[in-house]
Each structure stands twice: as structure tokens, then as C-alpha cells.
Design a protein around this ligand. Structure first.
Ligand SMILES: Cc1ncc(COP(=O)(O)O)c(C=O)c1O
Length: 260
């Protein structure tokens, strides 16, 4: 008979860790002081859903975006109220239309695929690599059809997808790349931050992530035109296009994706 000490806790043995973990509080005096200053200013959000200076949000939002752009080494960082919103904005900004196909990893959180469905496009699941659990470039290429418009790479569990191989495929077939790097802020791929090698990438700022704002997300891109389209989808594009002089109206139905 097995002695109690060699039995797994699952099977009635003693627990290896008997004490509950002390909850880690990621918010300290610096965050409390910053939040207090904002509350005392009386302004919790300075976005306006019309064309003008406040279309891009207030000074705190812009300061945070500048800091993120500097950290990730990209031209533009754009905040959103969740990374789910960020993914919807990213697919929209690329001009993905009904019936278009976007190849995506099946080993991910549901929002990677539902962001594609949001625009009535079709998520096509390619296989993943056994060592990284990220998209397998060979499987991606095998799933390309005349309807394929983009690849959504998911940098799962802090591991970057093979962006060089995916970029080579994208270039061969005229496709765009989105990186869902929700779980990989700070992960590196060949000396650059995961998420920054795609046409549009980004990270979740949800409470359970490494860096958080409670709920939120941050989009990153080096393409100024895409950055503007992301800002439009974030903030009621349809109410702004005329005054902003937007001529490409594809997917210019906006939302309130603003981070307060
Ligand atoms: C891979 C992946 N994509 C998208 C999301 C959605 O992010 P959010 O919870 O900020 O909407 C998550 C969140 O867990 C995620 O892990």
C-alpha cells in the first residue's frame, strides 16, 4: 500500500504548499498619487467624439501613449479600453471586409478569432508549432486561399511567433500581419519587442496581465496611416470622417474603445 506522504494531494496525500499565497498588490504609492492627482483634477476622460484636438484624448492618455511608443520602439502607440477592442480595431484598420479570410492560431483566447468575425470576415485556423505553441508558418502557407487577406500571429504565454517566416509568407502573398501579443509585453524576438514586427500589434492591459490598468490595451504600429485608422475606429469614426477629410471609408464604423 502507498504511504500517505507519497500520494498526490489530488489523491488524498498532504498538500506540498499548505499556506495560501499572500496576494501581491501591483499598485503602490506612486500609482495612488497619480490616480489621486487625476481625481482631484475633476477630469477622468478628455476624449471628444468629434474632430479636433480632443479627438486623441487628454494629456494623461497621450503621455502614456508616448511612454509606450518609446518603450516598445515604435512610431505610434494607441490606447484602447481592452485588448479585445484593440484586436477589433486592428482587423478593421487593415480594411478586412466580409468574406475575407484571416489565418489565426487556434491556441489562444477567443478574442483573437471573434475580432475577425466582428467584421464578418472568416477566421481560418492554422496549426501551431509543438515547441512554442505559436502559429506554424508551414501550416499558415498551406491554408492560404484567394480570399486570404491577413495573418494573425498570437504570441502565446510570453513566447513570440516566428515573425521572420510569417513576414516572408505575407510578402510572398501580399498579406498583412497582426500580432496578438496580449500575453507577451516585453518578450523579445531577435532583439525587438514581440508585437512590433507586425503591421499592427499590441498588448492587453487587463488586471491579470504583467502590466495593467484594470482593463485596457495598447496598440503599436510603425505605419502612420494605420495609426490614424485605429484612432478613428477607437472614437466614432463615422462622426468624424467628413471633418477629418477621410476618403477611404472602408470599416469607418467606429466604436467607443477609448481608455478614460
Ligand atoms: C491571447 C489573448 N488575446 C486577447 C485577449 C483579450 O484581452 P483583454 O482581456 O484585454 O480584452 C487576451 C486576454 O487574456 C489574450 O490572452
Amino acid at each position: 500500500m502507498t504511504s500517505p506522504s507519497t500520494r498526490l494531494a489530488l489523491h488524498g496525500g498532504p498538500k506540498t504548499i499548505a499556506q495560501p499565497f499572500v496576494r501581491y498588490n501591483p499598485l503602490g504609492p506612486e500609482e495612488v498619487a497619480a490616480a489621486k492627482a487625476v481625481i482631484e483634477s475633476g477630469v477622468l476622460s478628455q476624449f471628444l467624439g468629434r474632430w479636433g484636438a480632443d479627438f486623441y484624448g487628454g494629456p494623461k492618455v497621450r503621455e502614456f501613449e508616448r511612454a509606450c511608443a518609446e518603450y516598445f520602439g515604435v512610431k505610434r502607440a494607441i490606447t484602447v479600453n481592452s485588448w479585445t477592442s484593440g484586436l477589433v480595431a486592428a482587423v478593421g484598420a487593415l480594411g478586412i471586409e466580409p468574406g475575407d479570410e484571416v489565418i489565426v492560431s487556434p491556441w489562444t483566447m477567443c478574442a483573437s478569432a471573434t475580432a475577425i468575425l466582428h467584421w464578418n470576415a472568416i477566421p481560418v485556423f492554422a496549426d501551431i508549432e509543438p515547441d512554442t505553441f505559436c502559429l506554424d508558418p508551414k501550416s499558415v502557407e498551406a491554408n492560404i486561399t484567394p480570399h486570404t487577406r491577413a495573418i494573425m500571429a498570437v504570441d502565446i504565454c510570453g513566447h513570440s511567433a516566428n515573425l521572420d517566416a510569417l513576414r516572408a509568407i505575407a510578402d510572398r502573398h501580399g498579406l498583412r500581419i497582426i500580432s496578438d501579443s496580449a500575453q507577451a509585453p516585453g518578450a523579445m524576438y531577435k532583439g525587438r519587442y514581440a508585437g512590433t514586427l507586425a503591421d499592427i500589434g499590441g498588448y492587453s492591459l487587463n488586471y491579470h496581465k504583467h502590466i495593467h490598468t484594470g482593463e485596457g490595451g495598447i496598440l503599436v504600429t510603425n505605419d502612420e496611416d494605420l495609426a490614424e485608422r485605429l484612432c478613428l475606429i477607437r472614437n466614432h469614426a463615422e462622426a468624424v470622417v467628413a471633418d477629418k477629410g477621410v476618403t477611404d471609408l472602408t470599416n469607418m464604423i467606429g466604436h467607443n474603445f477609448r481608455l478614460g
